[in-house]
Design a protein around this ligand. Structure first.
Ligand SMILES: [Fe+2]
Length: 216
């Protein structure tokens, strides 16, 4: 006969140290698409210093990271920035972080253009808690975002995987799809493989810190 305590005993699997990736779709994308694409094109055209630095630091592509990383202050992007903020808040809640006393505050938003042959080597985003990307323009054959398993001990002697789970790979790839936003922890190494397609890929990247709330 089962006692109460016996009935609470269950066989099963626990998940520890998970890495959360948040995926969301910008509801105004179809309406704002042309405006956003033209915004990024004009940004590049007017940012000659950014083009010069990109030629050295971001071969074959353009990024406003070095020159215009405060795009979150631009009123033209207010709706998108508001959506990004909302997603960052949800992501903090999903992590069970202390959202009563801390709030995600954006500290960088910059644009990137990856034409044919450009790539972005694996990297992290230091001095931030949440990082992410929004795809302004992407096609079916555009390169994905690639995440590297951060658990270095796992690389010692991995058992053969059955190939059915992204969680069980060493490099997990997520499609870059226009209008989609991805959030991930800033410590998670990621990169973009070489763009072998003839299509230009455009994105906006951003970072958030969890800062103490300003209370009256
Ligand atoms: Fe990045």
């Amino acid at each position: 006969m089962n006692t109460n305590s016996d009935s609470q005993k269950k066989d099963g699997v626990r998940v520890l140290f998970p890495t959360l990736i948040y995926e969301a779709w910008y509801p105004s994308y179809e309406t704002d698409k042309e405006k956003l694409i033209s915004y990024v094109q004009k940004l590049k055209e007017n940012d000659t210093e950014g083009q010069r630095i990109s030629a050295q630091e971001y071969p074959s592509g353009y990024t406003s990271y070095f020159t215009r990383s405060n795009l979150f202050t631009d009123p033209q992007l207010a709706d998108l920035v508001s959506f990004i903020h909302q997603c960052a808040g949800n992501f903090a809640i999903q992590h069970h972080w202390d959202t009563k006393n801390f709030e995600p505050v954006i500290n960088a938003l910059f644009a990137n253009i990856n034409p044919k042959f450009s790539n972005h080597p694996d990297h992290m985003h230091p001095y931030s808690h949440i990082s992410g990307v929004f795809y302004v323009k992407s096609e079916l054959d555009s390169p994905p975002l690639s995440f590297k398993d951060p658990r270095i001990g796992r690389w010692m002697m991995p058992p053969a995987a059955d190939g059915t789970r992204a969680e069980n790979t060493f490099h997990a790839r997520i499609k870059a799809e226009a209008g989609k936003l991805l959030l991930f922890p800033s410590w998670l190494e990621h990169g973009v493989p070489q763009n072998t397609s003839d299509h230009e890929r455009m994105s906006m990247s951003f970072n958030f810190e969890m800062r103490p709330m300003q209370k009256p």
